[in-house]
Design a protein around this ligand. Structure first.
Ligand code: ADP
Length: 215
C-alpha cells in the first residue's frame, strides 16, 4: 500500500499518520519532519530551509523531491514496503515528479487521501498544537493535553510550539495551500485516485473512516 495524505495544514494529517503507522505498520514519510531534521543540523541548507518555513513559504521542489526520492526509490527497506507520504507532494510539479520516479521502479501510488476540514477548526488546532521535541508526538492545549504540562506522555520529552504555528504564518500557509496544493487534487482526480476523508472528526473516527474509504 502506497499513498499520499493530502489536506490543509491542521487537517490532522500528522495525527492520522501516527495511528495508521501504529495500527497498520505503514512507514510514515513527512517532508515537514525531514526538513525540521535538516534545520537541527544547522547546515547552510538548514538555515535556508528555516527562513522559508518560518515565513510559511514552500521549500523548493528540487530539495523536497530529492529527500523523497532518497526514501521511496533509493532506500529498498522503504520502497519495498507500505508507506504514506505526508506533506508531499505540495505542488503539481512535485506530483508529476513523484509519478515519474515511481514509474521507474514500477510501484505507482495506490490512492490519495484528501482530508477536508473547516477553517475555524484548523486555526484552533494549529494555534493550540504542541509537539514533542524528542519523539514527535502531537498534543493540543485543550483537546489532547499531556498528563504533565509541557512533558510528553510517551517519552517524557519537552513539548514545544512550532515556530510556524503563529497566526501570521498560519494565514500564509493556508494561502499557499489554496494556490499551490489544492490543484493537486484535480491532478489525482483525473487518475481516479482520490478518497475523501472528513478531517473534522477526531482521530479515532478518522481512522475508521480511512479504513472504510480505502478498502
Ligand atoms: P503543515 O502540513 O502543518 O503545514 P508540514 O510539517 O507538512 O506542516 O510543513 C511545514 C513546512 O515545511 C511547510 O509550510 C513548508 O514550508 C515546508 N514543506 C513541507 N513539505 C514541503 C513540500 N513538499 N514542498 C515544499 N515545502 C514543504
Amino acid at each position: 500500500m502506497r499513498f499520499v495524505l493530502l489536506g490543509p495544514p491542521g487537517a490532522g494529517k500528522g495525527s492520522l499518520a501516527a495511528i495508521i503507522k501504529e495500527q497498520l505498520s505503514v512507514v510514515h514519510l513527512s517532508t515537514g519532519d525531514m526538513l525540521r531534521e535538516e534545520i537541527k543540523k544547522n547546515s547552510p541548507l538548514g538555515l535556508e530551509i528555516k527562513s522559508l518555513i518560518e515565513k510559511g513559504s514552500l521549500v523548493s521542489d528540487d530539495i523536497v523531491t530529492k529527500l523523497i526520492k532518497s526514501k521511496v526509490v533509493d532506500d529498498l527497506s522503504i520502497s519495498a514496503k507500505s508507506y504514506m507520504l505526508d506533506g508531499y507532494p505540495r505542488t503539481v510539479t512535485q506530483a508529476q515528479d513523484l509519478d515519474n520516479m515511481l514509474k521507474l521502479v514500477s510501484k505507482p501510488l495506490d490512492f490519495v487521501v484528501n482530508m477536508e476540514a473547516h477553517l475555524d477548526l484548523i486555526l484552533e488546532r494549529l494555534a493550540g498544537r504542541r509537539v514533542c521535541r524528542k519523539c514527535g508526538e502531537i498534543y493540543h492545549l485543550t483537546n489532547k493535553r499531556p498528563k504533565v504540562t509541557g512533558i510528553c506522555d510517551a517519552c517524557a520529552g519537552e513539548l514545544y510550539q512550532r515556530s510556524d504555528d503563529n497566526e501570521e504564518t498560519i494565514k500564509k500557509r493556508m494561502d499557499v495551500y489554496m494556490t499551490s496544493t489544492q490543484p493537486i487534487i484535480d491532478y489525482y482526480a483525473k487518475q481516479g485516485k482520490v478518497r475523501i476523508l472528513n478531517g473534522n472528526l477526531d482521530t479515532a473516527d478518522l481512522f475508521k473512516q480511512f479504513l472504510t474509504v480505502t478498502r
